[in-house]
Design a binder for this molecule. Sequence first.
Ligand code: F0G
Length: 362
Amino acid sequence: AHQWRGVIAEYADRLPTHVQETVVTLGEGGTPLIPAPALSERSGADVYVKFEGMNPTGSFKDRGMTTAISASAARGAKAVVCASTGNTSASAAAYATRAGMVCAVLVPDGKIAMGKLSQAIAHGARLLQVDGNFDDCLVAARKLAEAYPVDLVNSVNPDRIEGQKTGAFEIVDALGDAPDIHVLPVGNAGNITAYWKGYREYAGLDAGEKHGAVATRTPVMWGFQAAGAAPIVQGFPIDQPETIATAIRIGNPASWQQAEEARDVSGGLIESVTDAQILAAHRVLSAEVGVFVEPASAAGVAGLLMLAEQGRVPAGARIAITVTGHGLKDPQWALKTPEGHDVEPVRVSADVVSIAAALGLD
Ligand code: F0G
């Protein structure tokens, strides 16, 4: 049986050679593209979710971390640094450990999910909680990497984008062509940049031309930010971004311009969804699609459902939505009712009659 070898080996002919000299991999990529009838019915389209929570550290970051850490390893780097709302730090910590490197992570004070914090610590990262938000952390990480012998592994590192573009390749490979529309959450805007690059290359545009086209066209890109952290939608940086979707609590995205380019060249859009819409989409994903994600990962689905209600989803369109991170990273949101009450377990004694009664089977 064929064992998936990680994105560098699987897409070697479409990745730069400098990431292939010293490959550091945990078998990332090869994630399922899952049909989502509950979303198709609600939107009148043909909807699939790309479940990136199935990566080794539970988020899409692993696709870009294998390439970034491999490039650093080939250069002989001893240490890496990242700013993070959590997932990048978990991924960087795991891949750096694998490569025998020191990993420093700068996270915003008190605003990162427990699962992600645990991962960074478990993998031996030098974790610093910075008195500031993600944007402050990124400024500091960039300066540290400029002044000290430490490689920056945020998505401003072009090797990250190279790895993350493989998400688009996998969707085209699974569907046989590009979807009509690609939907995803937008935070620091690295992933929308990467998907757009991947789709263009697979359609024989840009760097992909020398390998021949796989897709016949590129999708329309739909990005969604959280309403309290929607600088691209508002048109200016947000000083104090706020959202329960802590992964995308970002006020000044590093790849802002690239995100606008993906939006404009594809004829797409970047809009915002409220925390309430995000939590409602989170519930549809868990309770109807069967896919458990963290809140930020539901922003794309929330956007699709919003546009469906507004009658703006083209009938029958084939739509791929990247759901970016696993629900186990930030599970507390499943334990609240839509009204915000705690979900309490029903207590029963250990006999079958009480259990059957509690289940309404009597
Ligand atoms: N979804 C999740 C679960 C994320 O962790 C992130 C970004 C995004 C979406 C947005 O992706 O930044 O490429 O636009 N998390 C980064 C981090 C910022 O530090 O883990 P983006």
